[in-house]
Design a protein around this ligand. Structure first.
Ligand code: GLV
Ligand code: MN
Ligand code: MN
Length: 427
């Protein structure tokens, strides 16, 4: 094989083109992207990517939830393939690098290996995973959860469409059907060992690599995320006429719940002497949502994560105690639903070692690190050995329009991905 040469100009042009498939106007902060799963922009992005894959000579398979498998057949196609990939959906007002670097970098890595005359023994697949972001269906990593079999197909199909303005009764089942992804979700699941290995390239979404001047991070562990929903039912009424002593204001109760989460997360960090516990109430839906109406119902979505799931559960228990007190004191009801409570994931020593060798070959220094963001890799870990390659992003900013990774950082990551894939596909 000749030396692997990454076409950085093409890769960055394609990332910019992909950022154009968005529902929002450009932001003064940077390239704002909103690309919610199964919206017109998401479907356009998928069609565009499949076109590029076919142009490069790879075959494409799409499953019932839209996970898209771009395959380069190896010389021994009966062997388990080696896979890479990430997501192209983007939360409202996000940036243009989260997920997309792994997908476009994966495609570029495969093209570069092909151009260098590399002949893979194991097939190499690039996988675009559906709905890594929880925006539309309330749960992240939808496609990879179904691949791993950690989300039951009937439960997945029943997930309610949370898109503002969604039709009543709209669920994953109806939305995917309308988007052209038909058939039973049972067929999405892949057997343990289906892949020989999985490696995902991603921006760090944290400040450490930039701060330490390092081009590459090798992820050894991914923190454990959980999601909960609280529905608070109070009593609404006229904002002028309903007297203060008679109120059961659901939003006032919700405010106390939000502050309770913050209080117990901070207490957990003080107790552990770390910053490993994080908790965020990121949405608050107020009914009826009128300035002159006392809120009668509020729905909160809580995202809570920890490197230690036991500590995460300890925080939830403390929040539950407060929730019971808040409900009693304010005369409201508060119902909690667990959306997901996932385990942490650990990388495979073999794949981490292959990435280290790639860094050595490219003379790129690296550090081993924990990912505090979650990734589809967490779920791919249920069916095969995994690891992740991180590249620095400016000031660690992500999920914002000013998210930024430099073209040279993206090229470095893609080069490391390509040589790691070459090693794994030759094994
Ligand atoms: C992924 O987008 C996450 O929220 O960690
Ligand atoms: Mn994200
Ligand atoms: Mn991501």
């Amino acid at each position: 094989m000749q030396e692997i040469s990454i076409d950085g100009e093409r890769l960055n042009r394609e990332l910019t083109e992909l950022a154009g498939f968005t529902q929002v106007e450009p932001s003064p902060l940077g390239t704002a992207v909103t690309r919610v799963v199964f919206t017109a922009d998401d479907l356009r992005a998928r069609a565009w990517l499949m076109g590029l894959a076919e142009e490069a000579g790879f075959s494409v398979r799409v499953d019932a939830v839209g996970n898209t498998f771009i395959r380069w057949e190896g010389s021994e196609p009966e062997l388990a393939a080696v896979a890479t990939g990430s997501h192209v959906d983007a939360i409202p007002h996000a940036g243009m690098y989260d997920g997309t670097v792994g997908v476009m970098g994966g495609l570029e890595a495969m093209r570069a290996l092909k151009a260098a005359g590399f002949v893979p023994r194991r097939s190499i697949e690039l996988v675009l995973l559906t709905s890594e972001e929880p925006t539309r269906f309330g749960i992240g990593c939808l496609g990879s959860r179904l691949i791993a079999g950690t989300l039951a197909p009937e439960k997945a199909d029943g997930l309610v469409d949370l898109l503002p303005g969604a039709e009543a009764g709209s669920t994953l089942a109806t939305v995917r059907e309308a988007a052209g992804f038909r058939g039973s979700l049972e067929g999405v699941r892949l057997a343990v060992g289906h892949y020989d290995g999985w490696v995902e390239l991603h921006i760090e979404q944290g400040p450490l690599l930039e701060r330490e001047g390092l081009p590459i991070g090798i992820v050894t562990d991914i923190a454990a995320p959980a999601g909960y929903r609280f529905v608070i039912e109070g009593v609404g009424g006229h904002a002028g006429a309903l007297l203060m002593p008679d109120r059961k204001d659901a939003l006032c109760a919700a405010s106390e719940v939000i502050l309770s989460v913050e209080k117990h997360v901070l207490a957990a960090n003080r107790a552990s002497g770390t910053s490993n516990t994080v908790g965020t109430v990121g949405t608050c839906e107020v009914h009826p949502g009128a300035v002159n109406s006392v809120p009668s119902r509020v729905t909160l979505q809580l995202d809570i994560r920890d490197t230690d799931p036991v500590r995460r559960e300890g925080v939830m228990q403390a929040v539950r105690t407060d929730v019971a007190e808040i409900a009693a004191a304010r005369g409201v009801t508060i119902a909690e639903t667990m959306v997901n409570a996932d385990a942490p994931a650990t990388s495979s020593e073999k794949i981490v070692a292959a990435i280290e060798v790639a860094c050595g070959g490219a003379r790129l220094p690296f550090k081993k690190m924990v990912s505090r963001a979650y990734h589809d890799s967490s779920f791919m870990a249920r069916i095969c050995p995994i690891a992740m390659i991180f590249i620095p992003c400016r000031a660690g900013v992500s999920h914002r329009p000013d998210e930024y990774a430099s073209p040279s950082a993206i090229m470095d990551g893609t080069r490391i991905l390509a040589s790691t894939l070459a090693t794994l596909a030759s094994d």
